[in-house]
Structures are given as structure tokens and as C-alpha cells.
Ligand binder design. Structure first.
Ligand SMILES: NC(=O)c1ccc[n+]([C@@H]2O[C@H](COP(=O)([O-])OP(=O)(O)OC[C@H]3O[C@@H](n4cnc5c(N)ncnc54)[C@H](OP(=O)(O)O)[C@@H]3O)[C@@H](O)[C@H]2O)c1
Length: 230
């Protein structure tokens, strides 16, 4: 397989970092972002200038615009655009979630994804090539108590992705993706000690990354789960 250009948001830890490291291990070129300057510096130092790890907050449209311009100049339009960055509310019934926290979850999980799409997708559309994967969740297709703001955003990601799928030219795909259940900071926040019963991000990435590399235009608009084909 020829080397692919892969853009990953939220590459500083969890699934994003594990995917970044696995794509690189398999010979692909990764352009990642996150808010943690320390993590971005570490990844840059470890993997060198063929890859790029940038401090970007996806909620800031101008930061995303500048980051996209730099990435497109360095590597051209991505073959795979992975909208992975997200946050979860602290477990609480909806009426106890402070207004600011509700807004933060919306800003990262929905508006952040739209920002990234706004600045990367025009170059992909111009080439009529590339797959956009928006990380959804089991909680984008079902619900549970105490994660209402998060569920709200992941159901939104399903709709946003399917609408985008109807706008793309032939040859491209937009896919809402449930990654499964993986032991990360996010899962520990919602599941507590139970999170330890689930696989690590590194173990997950060993199967998820080859699976992601197999996505194709025929997958456009389908709600998928890692490891399953429609
Ligand atoms: N883990 C699971 O079981 C599970 C299940 C279903 C769906 N998911 C989805 O999978 C994706 C990854 O989840 P995860 O478990 O890996 O979460 P995580 O461990 O909490 O990592 C989230 C990543 O997003 C980044 N991020 C958060 N806010 C950001 C912002 N404003 N700008 C840029 N980056 C930001 C974080 O980095 P910084 O803090 O450095 O910015 C971090 O790298 C998410 O979309 C999540 O909803 C996960």
C-alpha cells in the first residue's frame, strides 16, 4: 500500500495518539494536533519532520484555518481526515450540568469537527479524493443516564456526517464511526474502575488502523463501527 497522508485531531493521548503511532509504524505520514504543547513536542521530537504535531484547539476556527493551511502546504490534501478530538461531560444528570460545561462539550465535539471540515475538506473535494471519519460513539446511536451532553454531540455527529456525505463528489466518503469501548482517559471518566476491563488504545489501534486504511468511497454515509463492514 502506498503511503497515505493522515490528519488526526486529538493526537496527544488516547485513541488519537495510538492511531498516530500505528499509522507511522506502518509507513504513513501523520499530521496531528492537540492542545497539549508537551505531548506535541514529544511526538515531533520522536517522529521527525516527515510528520507534524501542532498545538491547535479545534474550537478556535482561526487556529484550525492556519493549521490546515500549513498541513496542506507540507503534505497536500489528506487521504484520511480523522476527526477524533472530543471531550465528555462529568457524569451528571442533565439538569446538573453547568451551562459552561454543556457549551464546552458542544464546542469541541460538534463545532470543532465543523471547523476542521471547513478548512481541510475544500482541498480534498478539489481532488475528489479522500475519506473523512468523524468519531461518533455507541452513545451516538443509543443513550445512557448522566452523559446527556456527550450523547447530544455524538448523535449530532451522525447527522452532520450523513449530510456531508450527500454533498461530497463521487470518489470520497464521510463516515460517522463508533470506535468501540477502549480504556482511555475518557472511558475512565465515564466508567470509573470498570474501564480497566476494556482494551488499551494501543491494542485497539493494531486492528483499528488497518481497518481505517480499508475504508472506501462505497462506505460514504454509512454509520460504521470499527471492525465491521456494512
Ligand atoms: N474511549 C472510548 O471508549 C470511546 C468510545 C466511543 C467513542 N469515543 C470517541 O473516540 C474519540 C477519542 O476518544 P478517547 O477515548 O481517545 O478520548 P481521550 O483519551 O479523552 O482523548 C481525547 C483527545 O482529544 C483531544 N482534545 C480534546 N479537546 C480538544 C480541543 N479542543 N482541541 C484539540 N484537541 C482536543 C485531547 O488532547 P488535549 O487535551 O491535549 O487537547 C486528546 O488527545 C472521541 O471522539 C470519543 O468521543 C471513545
Amino acid at each position: 500500500m502506498s503511503a497515505k497522508v493522515v490528519v488526526i485531531t486529538g493526537a496527544s493521548r488516547g485513541l488519537g495518539r495510538a492511531m498516530a503511532e500505528e499509522f507511522i509504524r506502518l509507513g504513513h505520514r501523520v499530521l496531528g494536533c492537540g492542545r497539549s504543547a508537551k505531548a506535541m513536542r514529544e511526538l515531533d521530537a520522536r517522529y521527525g519532520p516527515a510528520h507534524r504535531f501542532s498545538v491547535v484547539d479545534v474550537t478556535d476556527d482561526k487556529e484550525v484555518r492556519d493549521w490546515a493551511a500549513q498541513c496542506l502546504q507540507q503534505a497536500g490534501p489528506p487521504d484520511l481526515l480523522l476527526n477524533n478530538a472530543a471531550i465528555v461531560n462529568r457524569n451528571a444528570p442533565l439538569w446538573k450540568v453547568p451551562a459552561r460545561e454543556f457549551s464546552e462539550v458542544i464546542d469541541v465535539n460538534i463545532k470543532g469537527v465543523a471547523n476542521v471540515i471547513r478548512h481541510f475538506v475544500p482541498a480534498m473535494v478539489a481532488r475528489k479524493h479522500g475519506v473523512i471519519v468523524n468519531f461518533s460513539s455507541g452513545w451516538g446511536r443509543s443513550t445512557d443516564a448522566e452523559v446527556g451532553p456527550y450523547c447530544t454531540t455524538k448523535w449530532a455527529i451522525e447527522g452532520l456526517s450523513k449530510s456531508l456525505a450527500q454533498e461530497l463528489p463521487k470518489g470520497m466518503a464521510a463516515i460517522p464511526l463508533n470506535p468501540g469501548i477502549i480504556n482511555t482517559d475518557m472511558l475512565r471518566s465515564t466508567f470509573g474502575g470498570e474501564a480497566a476491563n476494556f482494551p488499551s488504545a494501543e491494542t485497539w489501534a493494531e486492528t483499528a488502523v488497518p481497518w481505517l486504511l480499508g475504508l472506501k468511497p462505497a462506505d460514504n454515509g454509512h454509520s460504521l463501527t470499527v471492525g465491521e463492514r456494512h
